[in-house]
Design a protein around this ligand. Structure first.
Ligand SMILES: [Zn+2]
Length: 446
């Protein structure tokens, strides 16, 4: 296939407005899944379109042979909404090829360009060699942007068919153009909602103020106990299971082009406030946090209203690192809140969604294979080894349900504007991704 044919395929894929959150686009999601299944089929893979209670899942595989390793390549064909449309310089679903080989379209990087690069890499290998060097399963879903509500169920139902040795995903970032990047760690998450209830109705603060506890004041004091004066989380036992950062990673991270100055600029905050003894980057990738995400109650309208609110609410989340267990952290947090809650109010703590942190040893055999592949696909620079502060729940699902590790080989450039207007992908990274898949399969087979 020529470069032009690769681009034609990508543009056809990008033209389908597969916005998963928009129920009016249901048919487009189906059409996109069918397009993908057809693309796998003409590439020489056996494809299957699986209906789910939501949008379809597409799987494809080569002829599996006993005695070979199996890799599962995961991606998603759904995209984020495009609004505000007025900020787009061109139609989000009519890909535009601009100067420097920059393609602008919704889904260009996240994730159509990246998953298609894997597909076309496999197609090229099959065209050249008649087969792939190991057993390959593609799993491409249409609900990633809405939290993959049916994927875990799909993995459980098809566990035998999806049995593999390792998962590969290209849906994370590259540290800088031209430098392969392996993401070997992700933080976990645990969410909590807190309600403090007082009187059975909002009260006049003149008639009753001073006689009863104000739930809003109580919750403010309560959330303030979550951190000590130095900013460390004050929940007893919170740090007990935290795996310390290794010296090699602190050294490696300090050499990455991600400086405090850069972070300061990215955040727009007046100053950084890292935990004592750690750089801001170390705090986002390798240290746990307790965050207050929302606090509400009482009167929010114009002017004043002298009221003692009946209740007050807080939304909390914890970003977790290895080896903290989300369930344990939620219990510790609930116990902390109960201990610090004064009498005169009722406290309700409701746990929300959670997922453990993920850490892959970059020296493990499959990670070494991924690093060799990244070095060959992006020659001239040793691949960057990074973690991410966010969480990718599917990675824990692959570990939990299929029992395998995930290699995160991202092709998203820092300025790709994923989820934002004018999302881009470069022809350079698209072609590198096609090469990367070919080399990766060879290296994983070794
Ligand atoms: Zn996304």
């Amino acid at each position: 296939m020529t470069r032009q044919q690769h681009l034609d395929d990508l543009f056809a894929f990008l033209r389908i407005p597969s916005i998963s959150t928009d129920s009016a686009r249901r048919d487009d999601l189906q059409r996109c899944a069918s397009w993908l299944a057809e693309k796998f089929t003409v590439s020489g893979l056996r494809a299957k379109l699986h209906q789910t209670p939501g949008h379809p899942v597409v799987t494809a595989r080569n002829r599996h042979r006993a005695g070979r390793r199996t890799v599962l390549i995961y991606g998603h064909y759904d995209v984020q909404p495009v609004d505000p449309l007025t900020l787009w310089r061109s139609d989000p679903f009519e890909p535009a090829l601009g100067a420097g080989g920059v393609i602008t379209a919704r889904g260009a990087t996240d994730n159509k360009g990246q998953i298609l690069a894997h597909l076309l890499g496999a197609a090229e290998s099959i065209a050249a060699d008649g087969d792939l060097p190991l057993n390959v399963i593609f799993l491409v879903e249409g609900e990633e942007e809405i939290g993959s509500p049916h994927l875990a169920e799909f993995l459980r139902a098809h566990r035998a068919d999806l049995a593999c040795d390792v998962v590969a995903i290209s849906d994370t970032g590259m540290i800088e153009p031209g430098r392969g990047t392996l993401t070997y760690g992700l933080r976990g998450i645990a969410c909590l909602e807190v309600t403090v209830s007082g009187p059975d109705k909002d009260l006049h603060s003149g008639l009753f103020g001073g006689a009863v506890a104000n739930p809003l004041t109580v919750i403010a004091r309560l959330v303030a106990t979550l951190h000590d004066a130095g900013g460390r989380v004050a929940i007893s036992g919170f740090y007990d299971d935290v795996a310390p950062l290794a010296q090699w990673e602190r050294d490696a991270w300090s050499k990455l082009p991600l400086t405090d100055t850069g972070l300061l600029k990215l955040t727009g905050a007046p100053a950084l406030a890292p935990e004592q003894g750690y750089t801001a980057l170390e705090c986002t990738w390798g240290r746990p946090t307790a965050e207050l995400n929302g606090l509400h109650g009482g009167y929010q309208g114009e002017g004043s209203k002298t009221v003692i609110p009946a209740d007050a609410h807080a939304k909390l989340s914890f970003r977790l690192v290895p080896d903290q267990q989300p369930g344990k952290i939620l219990s510790l947090a609930a116990a902390h809140l109960r201990k610090h809650c004064p009498s005169g109010v009722t406290l309700t703590v409701t746990p929300g969604h959670s997922g453990a942190a993920y850490l892959l040893d970059p020296a493990a055999p499959f990670a070494q294979a991924a690093r060799r592949a990244l070095t060959l696909a992006f020659p001239g620079k040793a691949p960057a080894l990074v973690r991410e502060g966010g969480s990718i729940p599917i990675v824990s699902d692959f570990k939990k349900i299929l029992g395998v590790d995930t290699l995160l080989l991202g092709l998203a450039l820092p300025d790709a504007r994923i989820h934002s207007p004018n999302e881009t992908f470069t022809v350079e990274n698209f072609e590198a991704g096609i090469r990367l898949n070919q080399i990766l399969l060879r290296e994983l087979a070794r």
